[in-house]
Design a binder for this molecule. Sequence first.
Ligand SMILES: Nc1ncnc2c1ncn2[C@@H]1O[C@H](COP(=O)(O)OP(=O)(O)OP(=O)(O)O)[C@@H](O)[C@H]1O
Ligand SMILES: [Mg+2]
Length: 321
Amino acid sequence: MAEKDNPEVTIVSKGITVSYGQIVALDNFSVDVPSGIVGLLGPNGAGKSTFIKAILGLLVPNRGVIRIAGHDPIAESVLVRDMIGYMPEHDCLIENFTAIDFVSYMGQISGMKKRDAMPRSHEMLDFVGIGEERYRLISSYSTGMKQRVKLAQAIVHDPKILFLDEPTNGMDPQGREDMLNLIKKISDSDKSILVSTHILDDIEKVSDHAMIISNGKLITQGNLDKLLAGKENLKYVQVRGNEPARLDFVKLLKDSYDVRSVTQESGQTRIVFINTGDGNSIFKLSQEANVQLRAYSPERATLEDVFIGALEENGGNSNGN
Ligand SMILES: Nc1ncnc2c1ncn2[C@@H]1O[C@H](COP(=O)(O)OP(=O)(O)OP(=O)(O)O)[C@@H](O)[C@H]1O
Ligand SMILES: [Mg+2]
């Protein structure tokens, strides 16, 4: 049953282009998605949901080839549907169903017999932490509970490959933590999971591999440790002071260093830049500009730094700096 087609690559996308009228949502998009948990990261409108829908065969690309575990999602749609689970970004719930009826109904749509779907749905609702509420109508649920039910319906038929489109959307910090832990547990049972999100923090918690997408194009991808390790000289400095002084500091820094991004946040400026030396010269520059040095981090980059750096390298700056 759990035959290994190709343990390295689950999804292949070659030259996929998807347009909605004039808007090109995916532009000649090529990527090999490895097995395991993979983060699909990108700002709003990057093309994440479009990519997932194209892989699922829910929309037909203008051009390009997609293979999922070696299969064509359109020509072999029935087989592919059995193999995959999908948690959509927006509501897919039937509000006037109870959770148990809904999950079991979705199991039957995915080809399960009713007598198998019912006990399995109870198990999945236990797993996602929906208790006696499962007998209540979904219309009475909180956003967090709805996200859990959406996850339960995605895994009810025990698919090999899961697509989770913004699974933590609308959840509070505890709910997000729970959702990420569930995703990790699911992946322990030998499943491949593609998680789309614009929350970098979420990916850092669950994933060993990330793909960064912006404006319908793949910006960079790789093993997270490698993506972060490759940026060892990337530092950030945070300064406080009046605006002219902070601008002055940015200018001084730009004169001597490769500045990757500048972010303004209530009276402070955060600058990401490359520095192979120590922090002394940065301290001197802060004195020269008359700003207060609040933070200087010589540690390895966060995914956010990689994201900002990658966007800028590709000329697709998301915040206009
Ligand atoms: N049905 C549609 N009709 C027209 N344009 C669309 C449609 N769906 C998406 N788009 C456009 O295609 C581009 C990619 O959208 P997509 O939903 O794939 O992005 P996303 O990365 O999932 O964004 P988000 O983080 O907001 O969910 C955007 O410019 C979006 O406005
Ligand atoms: Mg989306």
